[in-house]
Design a protein around this ligand. Structure first.
Ligand code: PMP
Ligand code: GLU
Length: 393
């Protein structure tokens, strides 16, 4: 059967593929340490699970409105208000995870042939989602600290530029853009009439004290921003598949119509539980955040001790980019490492450590580790990386 060009050009998600491979090897009895997918290892807090049980007992097992329940939309409005973002339920669409919200957002504002600015390094799914909608990703370079280069960004703007995708804190770098940079980005977007899709899924995982606003709070930005968030990361609810967006009313309405013909409303039980999550206490989220800080510190300290590897200390999310290009051209047990894919595959084969090669993030000199796993695994995994690199010659 013939498939469309739009579909042909899309590559599979490397983050999900690697985590699936690590899980498969584990199920075969191999002692694999997975630094692959960014998925918190904590259990979903009990009060959220209890809410899901309550939903079942109450018989909340039927279709919900296509754009989400009013109760959850109100909880989302209140959550966004705490960030200084004023929305009404009419601005909100609840979807099957933030990934789905991102796809809906892109599909609603990107026309065939439009250019979308995508700062490097970028999360693997953004470039593919842009292509699925017929747009062209235009990659914006960063400086040596992975901060977007705004002069270069301005040079890349053309009359086809429709949108910028911003992810703060960033997956894959963990970099947190400052208020000053966010303000400068906003000024460029207003001046050039560019919309922003602002993915704020890691906003509860910021490890510095500075105030980091949403770009939608900047002058002239609310009407040109689609804010994306969800419960996956903050509440360790990756499997529940609830994400949301806040957008100008006409955009939210169009997305709701699209969703009414594609997926309908997300799972009713997960929506009920997500409502409890957003209305409930952040105590457990704060506890997880503390654990992530300890894990980050331990991981960075261990990586910095390894000859030939360098990394930038991330201020948010749960990822570290490690520069591995010093090992390109070297071999391990007679097998040559030419690029980050070779480095990752050989590390998995030889040392049973799974991580994500940098190519699909636009950074071929790097690999990404996720430290959303136990301290024990972090230390053991990095020890194995040290042993692996020591054997390369
Ligand atoms: N945005 C970013 C930057 C992410 O890392 C993820 C993680 N998968 C998502 C969106 C999607 O999250 P989910 O679909 O699990 O809500
Ligand atoms: N966002 C996570 C990651 O980058 C989860 C996997 C995915 O959804 O792609 O690893």
């Amino acid at each position: 059967m013939k498939i469309t060009n739009r579909c042909k050009g899309v590559s599979p998600s490397v983050t999900l593929a690697i985590s699936a491979k690590a899980k498969l090897l584990k199920s075969q009895g191999l002692d694999v340490i997975s630094f692959g997918a960014g998925e918190p290892d904590f259990n979903t807090p009990k009060f959220i699970c209890d809410a899901a049980k309550e939903a079942l007992d109450l018989g909340i097992t039927k279709y919900t409105p296509a754009s989400g329940t009013m109760e959850l939309k109100k909880a989302i409005v209140n959550t966004l208000a705490k960030k200084g973002l004023e929305y009404k339920p009419e601005n909100i669409v609840v979807s099957n995870g933030a990934k789905h919200s991102l796809h809906n957002a892109i599909a609603s504002i990107v026309e065939e042939g439009d250019e979308v600015l995508l700062p490097i390094p970028y999360w693997v799914s953004y470039s593919e989602m842009i292509k699925i909608s017929g747009g062209t990703p235009v990659y914006v370079p960063c400086d040596e600290n992975f901060v977007i280069n705004l002069d270069e960004m301005e040079k890349l703007i053309t009359d086809k530029t429709t949108a910028l995708i911003l992810n703060n804190p960033s997956n894959p770098t963990g970099v947190v853009l400052s208020k000053d940079i966010i303000k400068r980005i906003a000024e460029i977007c207003v001046k050039n009439d560019i919309n922003v899709i602002s993915d704020e899924i890691y906003d509860q995982l910021i490890y510095i004290d500075d105030e980091i606003p949403s770009i939608a709070t900047m002058d002239g930005m609310k009407e040109r921003t689609i804010v994306i968030n969800g419960v996956s990361k903050t509440y360790s609810m990756t499997g529940w598949r609830i994400g949301y967006l806040a957008a100008p009313e006409n955009v939210a309405k169009a997305i709701a119509s699209m969703q009414s013909h594609t997926t309908s409303g997300p799972n009713s039980i997960a929506q009920y539980a997500s409502c409890a999550a957003l209305n409930g206490s952040l105590d457990e989220a704060i506890m997880m955040k503390k654990a992530f800080i300890e894990r980050r510190d331990a991981a960075v300290a261990a990586i910095e001790k390894i000859d030939g590897l360098t990394c930038i200390v991330p201020d948010g999310a749960f990822y570290i980019m490690i520069k591995v290009s010093n090992f390109y051209g070297k071999s391990i047990n007679g097998k040559k490492i030419n690029n980050s894919l070779d480095f990752s595959s050989l590390l998995l084969e030889e040392s049973l450590v799974a991580l994500v090669p940098g190519d699909d993030f636009g950074t071929p000199e790097y690999v990404r580790i996720s430290y959303a796993c136990s301290m024990e695994n972090i230390l053991e995994g990095i020890k194995r990386i040290a042993e692996f690199t020591a054997k390369c010659n």
